[in-house]
Ligand binder design. Structure first.
Ligand SMILES: *Cc1c(COP(=O)(O)O)cnc(C)c1O
Length: 385
């Protein structure tokens, strides 16, 4: 893959790196200097671009990175990122050599996995691991004392293995009802007490827990969504300790403008019929960019006004109804601000009956990412050419 410095298409994502920095600095201020930040940059940094976000987060106070699987960690290494990286998901035991070679920390929760992994580890290798405890998320993790003890022993008996951390993940930290959260926390403390020696890094908090409960900061927090400036849930938006600044915005330009007559029909299925003579704009963004067909009817911003998407959204294009004639090339904002108007990822999420996490992740890789710092473009990533 070549990272070109330009693109030839009038649709792009803008990432405001100052906002990533602002969010990380405020998280750091809130959790205190003793607590480390793991910047969670899985899924290409929640669609923002893992490399650029990782660099900005590390400069702003994060000290560790976290990704979902080994390939994502290796991708960061191939870009020259040297900070420690934790793989949160499962890795194959035969791939530990690769992980060790690139100083990538793995999550471990099965006794037989570690036994098998050790067989694949060269004699001079070093592998850092974190034990994952399942305290009530029910996804990955150790559930019994025997396995905790067995894994701790296996790690201790092999000098190549460094048991660096232990962690869990909360299922409901973003909800107002704290019953399940408190049960998980109690269970976590109980399970940690089964360890003979406490590892250096004990961590449990995602963004929601980190921003709400200082008692679960422990040695480190794993922040994803809040670093990107989005609230972990609508429920807790009003109780966040500081305001988050969204880093991502999505833009396109009018590439065609025309007046249609009353009764004329638009797009596939000819489902939209003009009720009067109308100005219609064509936008070069469609479902293959992640702007899916269910977004028909969603508003976009043009000239600081909200205008609706009309007719079916196509693979690469869609249509908007304009209040007047606008010139070709006028910027259209699908997520972000124009003057006083604002369309948030939360608004799109609500329209699609999902969460803001999914909205930023679904913007396709074919949409170029433009990075800005202090109002200036610092980099453009175009995955296509
Ligand atoms: C994705 C993930 C996080 C980050 O969660 P946010 O809600 O985005 O802060 C933290 N920990 C684990 C295990 C995760 O999978």
């Amino acid at each position: 893959m070549v990272c070109q410095t330009t693109f030839y298409r009038d649709t792009w994502v803008e990432i405001n790196l100052d906002h990533i920095s602002y969010n990380i600095k405020n998280i750091k201020k809130y959790i205190g200097n003793e607590v480390e930040i793991f910047a969670v940059v899985k899924a290409n940094g929640y669609g923002h671009g893992a490399e650029e976000v990782a660099r900005e987060a590390l400069e702003s106070g994060a000290s560790y990175l976290a990704v979902a699987f080994l390939d994502e960690a290796l991708a960061l290494r191939s870009k020259g990122i040297l900070a420690p990286i934790l793989v949160l998901g499962v890795c194959r035991p035969e791939d530990v050599k690769m992980a060790a070679e690139h100083h990538i920390t793995l999550t471990v929760f099965q006794a037989e996995w570690l036994e098998e992994a050790i067989k694949h580890l060269p004699s001079d290798a070093k592998l850092a691991i974190h034990l994952k405890l399942d305290t009530g998320m029910g996804r990955l993790g150790i559930r019994s004392k025997e396995i905790v003890n067995q894994l701790e022993l296996t790690a201790k008996e092999d000098s190549r293995i460094h048991l660096e951390g232990v962690y869990t993940h909360f299922a409901t930290a973003d909800e107002l009802d704290l019953t399940h959260f408190e049960q998980q926390l109690d269970r976590f403390h109980e399970m940690i007490s089964w360890l003979e020696e406490t590892p250096e890094i004990i961590h449990s908090s995602n963004s929601a827990a980190a921003l709400r409960f200082p008692k679960v900061h422990l040695n480190a927090v794993r922040t994803g969504i809040s670093m990107y400036g989005l609230t972990p849930s609508q429920e807790i938006e009003s109780i966040l300790p500081f305001q988050l600044k969204p880093a991502l915005s999505l833009h396109t330009k009018l590439v065609h403008v025309k007046k249609i007559q009353k009764g004329e029909k638009l797009s596939y299925g000819a489902t939209y019929e003009a009720e009067e003579d109308e100005w219609i704009g064509t936008l070069p963004i469609g479902y293959a960019d992640g702007w899916i067909r269910k977004l028909q009817g969603q508003e976009v911003l043009i000239g600081e006004q909200r205008v609706p998407i009309v007719g079916r959204i196509c693979m690469d294009q869609c249509l908007v109804k304009l209040p007047a004639e606008f010139s070709m090339g006028t910027i259209v904002t699908l997520i972000g601000e124009q003057g006083e108007e604002h369309i948030s990822a939360d608004e799109i999420a609500e329209k699609l009956d999902t969460i803001n996490y999914e909205i930023v992740c679904m913007i396709a890789g074919r949409v170029p990412r433009v990075y800005k710092k202090n109002g200036k473009v610092t980099r453009v990533i175009n995955n296509l050419i």
